[in-house]
Ligand binder design. Structure first.
Ligand SMILES: CC(C)(COP(=O)(O)OP(=O)(O)OC[C@H]1O[C@@H](n2cnc3c(N)ncnc32)[C@H](O)[C@@H]1OP(=O)(O)O)[C@@H](O)C(=O)NCCC(=O)NCCS
Length: 159
């Protein structure tokens, strides 16, 4: 397991976020990121980053917590492909869960591609359960699975 430093992201981190998105199929559009992170943005969005503990401290992954209609939403989760399967995704989801608890939410919800078995496995281990399927939700026609978990999150076991 790799234990990164987890911290809030700012406008200055945008190039690194875009670098991670370029290597991921789960990218968050650049204009949305710029709008979310610009100073004095009123958007109720929190970006958390996982930084390497080396002197250069590159960004290894990030997650986005959004709030919509009284709900806490895990809106994005990306880990640098070189650093995957080292527990960084799990630690980012846990940090998003902690933030949501701090903001007094009781559930955390997310959407994930039906084909994204790795992410679904990670979320299931962290006590997310499938609630419903949104047919043809993604632009390529793929279904989204809506999953949610009671807060605080529990780090479960692999099934
Ligand atoms: C999904 C993603 C964030 C996981 O990040 P990660 O840092 O590799 O995840 P972790 O190392 O914390 O994985 C925790 C557990 O989840 C499961 N898991 C994670 N990725 C998996 C994969 N590709 N295949 C199977 N199981 C996987 C494993 O059980 C893993 O534990 P293990 O490595 O001890 O077996 C990463 O693969 C990624 O950035 N993918 C592209 C973007 C994406 O799909 N985001 C999620 C949906 S928007």
């Amino acid at each position: 397991m790799y234990v990164p430093d987890i911290d809030f992201l700012t406008f200055e981190d945008i190039p690194d976020i875009l670098r991670l998105n370029a290597s991921s199929s789960c990218s968050w559009p650049e204009e949305v990121i710029r709008s979310d992170l610009r100073e004095n943005s009123n958007n109720e969005i929190t970006y958390l980053g996982a930084f390497a503990t080396t002197a250069e401290a590159p960004l290894l992954g990030y997650a986005v917590l959004g709030r919509e209609k009284q709900e806490a939403l895990l809106m994005a989760l990306v880990v640098d492909s070189v650093y995957r399967r080292r527990g960084i995704g799990r630690q980012l989801v846990a940090a998003v869960g902690d933030c949501a608890v701090y903001l007094h939410f009781r559930r955390l919800r997310l959407k994930v591609r039906k084909s994204n078995a790795g992410a679904i496995s990670l979320y299931s281990q962290m006590s997310f359960v499938g609630e419903t399927v949104r047919r043809g939700y993604y632009s390529n026609g793929e279904d989204a699975i809506i999953m949610s978990a009671r807060l605080p999150l529990k780090a479960g076991t692999k099934s």
